[in-house]
Structures are given as structure tokens and as C-alpha cells.
Design a protein around this ligand. Structure first.
Ligand code: UT7
Length: 326
């Protein structure tokens, strides 16, 4: 048996900043509308040389350095993404090779914007069985290549980036830990990108852009993240007032505020960086966690709750105690 702790964290964002005013020159939108409806002011856009794997590698190097771990010591790499560089091979293999993580097993997790939580929970399972000790968990997405830049209802929401954590196992017990994961395939048509191998008649235009029912997704986001967080906090025997830091998928400031309100978590305990990065999909939770730690918002023994929702439909929440001792 082993106990998992996050010992390293890091994020990477492309240099290029796309502001709301820049978007106003591409589609019929305005800074005022985007800020009022989403809280987003700018997002990062990958250069032609950057991909999900290159961004993942940069974030991973930072996380490994912070953990004081060499790539060769990794047992497993789990990469969550919706925008792999290629369909075959899995993107995690490209990351593994670029890092030089010679003995690591690796695989991709394709679970929408909930993917990082699914991946992190999976990492903890390998550690709790004692199978692995050193796991890299990454979320990386180049959403700028998945949106239709002519569709103002989606293109203003997304951005590119990557976040990574190192989870290490030890024999020293940790504090409260719990998770809940969920899915509902009946909502698949609320947020989707047509596939390469689907029925041709279902995608006569042959595009691979995001389609979304914004209002329904908004409702689903608030209820699923609030319910999942409520459940997991109670499962581990804590009260909502014990949660020192709440980090959710950064999809819309109004969604995050509505979830926090419903749970009674005050604003100062809720971390947000959506203003600067928009929705970076699978990268959003690890990027937010990394920023929160770097900004000194996480103290020893704090109880952290994270929650996400996404296409699928899918959702997940996790509670853990921040403690560095190995
Ligand atoms: O990772 C998960 C990803 N998805 C999400 O998290 C999406 C969740 N949903 C949302 O965040 C919100 O539903 C949106 C931000 C997408 C939209 O906000 P809303 O308050 O639900 O607006 P709406 O869709 O009801 O649209 C209101 C109006 C419409 O015009 P009419 O029909 O009232 O004349 C839209 O055409 O706003 C219009 N509109 C825009 N106007 C300016 C939609 N997009 C834009 C835009 N700029 N970019």
C-alpha cells in the first residue's frame, strides 16, 4: 500500500496573447460581452511549432524539476487531452520520448475537460496499490485548432496551454482523500466534435470543430460540479467550511461563482485564472492548481477540493490534503 502526494507542479502557456479586442476584429463580438458573460479577458494561442505534446513536455519539465525527480525515475505518464498531435500514436508516447522517461509506461486519457481529474484519480489508484511510486499526470490542449474561428459562440471561450503534476507514493499516511467520477452519455450531443471515423453522412462538411449547446452545458456544469463536490467532501468526513481552497475547471467565471455560491464557499477560497487563459480544457485544472500553489494560496495541511465537468458528459471531484512530507 502507498499514499500519494503531489510533489511537483508546473504549467506552460504559449507566448502569443489573443485579447477580446483582437477577437472583435475576427468575429462579431466585444470585450464587454465576453467579460460580462464569461470573465475571460485574454487567452494564449499556440504558435505553428507548438502542439499538445510540446506544451505538455514544457509543463512536465517544470513539474519534475520542482519534485526533484529525473524523467528516468518515472514509472508512469498519464496525459489527458482532447487535441492529441496525432490519432496514432497516443500523445503520451511523444511526451515520454521527448522527456527521456525511459522506463515509464504511458497512456492518454480522453475524458473531455474532466480528463485531468480522471487522470489524477487513476494515478492515485496505481500508487495506493503500491504498483508505482512516481507518476507524471499532465493535461494539455491546443483548443485553438479545434474551434471554428467563424463561430463567435465558441471561439471566444477557449485557449491553449498545459499543466502537469508529479504524484509520488510513500508509506507515510496522508490526510483525508476522496474522489467521485461520473458520466452521462445521453448528453453526448450537447458538446461534441465530429470524429474522423464516424459515418460520413453525419458530417457532410468533413469539419472537426466544436459544437456546443452553451445554455445546457452551463446548467449541467453548475449542478454536476456542485453535487460532486458536496458528495466527496461529505464522503471524507469534512464540512464545506474545512475546504481552504476550491479549484474548478476554468470554463466560465459565472459557472465557478454559481458553484461556489451553491456550496457556500466564500470567494477568497476559490481560485480563478480564467481571466488570463480562458478555457484550456484538460489543461485548465492543473494550470489553475499550479498557479494557486505558485501564488502562495496553498499552505501545509490545507484541504483542497477540485472539480471539473466536460463533454461526454463527464464530471469529477476530488478532495485531498496538501502535505509535502514524503
Ligand atoms: O469545457 C466546457 C465548455 N463549455 C462551457 O463551459 C460553456 C458553458 N456555457 C457558457 O459559458 C455560456 O452559455 C456562453 C458563454 C457560451 C454563452 O453565454 P449565455 O449567457 O448562455 O448566452 P446565450 O448563448 O444565451 O446568448 C445570448 C446572446 C445571443 O444573442 P440573442 O439570440 O440573444 O440575440 C447570442 O447570439 O449572445 C449572443 N452571443 C454573442 N454576442 C456577442 C453569443 N456569443 C456571442 C459573442 N459575442 N461571442
Amino acid at each position: 500500500m502507498g499514499y500519494g502526494r503531489i510533489t511537483g507542479w508546473g504549467k506552460y502557456t504559449p507566448e502569443r496573447v489573443l485579447t477580446n479586442d483582437d477577437l472583435g476584429r475576427i468575429v462579431d463580438t466585444s470585450d464587454e460581452w465576453i467579460v460580462a458573460r464569461t470573465g475571460i479577458r485574454e487567452r494564449r494561442i499556440a504558435s505553428d511549432d507548438e502542439t499538445t505534446s510540446t506544451m505538455a513536455v514544457e509543463a512536465s519539465r517544470r513539474a519534475l524539476e520542482r519534485a526533484g525527480l529525473e524523467p528516468g525515475e518515472l514509472d508512469l505518464i498519464i496525459l489527458s487531452t482532447l487535441t492529441p498531435d496525432m490519432i496514432i500514436p497516443p500523445c503520451a508516447n511523444l511526451v515520454k520520448d521527448a522527456l527521456g522517461a525511459k522506463r515509464a509506461a504511458c497512456f492518454d486519457v480522453f475524458a473531455g475537460c474532466s480528463g485531468f481529474i480522471y487522470s489524477l484519480v487513476t494515478a492515485y489508484q496505481f500508487i495506493s496499490t503500491g504498483a508505482y511510486r512516481n507518476i507524471l499526470v499532465v493535461g494539455s490542449d491546443v483548443m485553438s485548432r479545434q474551434v471554428n474561428w467563424k463561430d463567435r459562440s465558441t471561439c471566444v471561450l477557449f485557449g491553449d496551454g498545459a499543466g502537469a503534476v508529479v504524484v509520488q507514493g510513500s508509506d507515510v499516511p496522508t490526510g483525508p482523500f476522496g474522489f467521485t467520477l461520473g458520466s452521462d452519455g445521453s448528453g453526448a450531443d450537447l458538446l461534441y466534435v465530429p470524429g474522423v471515423y464516424g459515418r460520413p453522412q453525419d458530417n457532410p462538411d468533413g469539419h472537426h470543430y466544436i459544437s456546443m449547446n452553451g445554455r445546457e452545458i452551463f446548467r449541467f456544469a453548475v449542478t454536476s460540479m456542485a453535487e460532486a463536490t458536496r458528495r466527496v467532501v461529505s464522503d471524507v468526513g469534512l464540512e464545506m467550511s474545512d475546504i481552504e481552497l476550491f479549484i474548478t475547471h476554468q470554463a466560465n467565471e459565472r459557472i465557478i461563482q454559481a458553484v461556489a455560491r451553491s456550496l457556500g464557499i466564500p470567494r477568497e477560497r476559490v481560485f480563478m485564472n480564467i481571466e488570463r487563459y480562458g478555457n484550456t480544457s484538460a489543461a485548465s485544472v492543473p494550470m489553475a492548481l499550479s498557479d494557486a500553489i505558485d501564488q502562495g494560496m496553498v499552505r501545509e495541511n490545507d484541504h483542497i477540493a477540485i472539480a471539473a465537468f466536460g463533454s461526454g458528459l463527464s464530471w469529477g471531484a476530488m478532495v485531498f490534503q496538501w502535505n509535502k512530507g514524503k
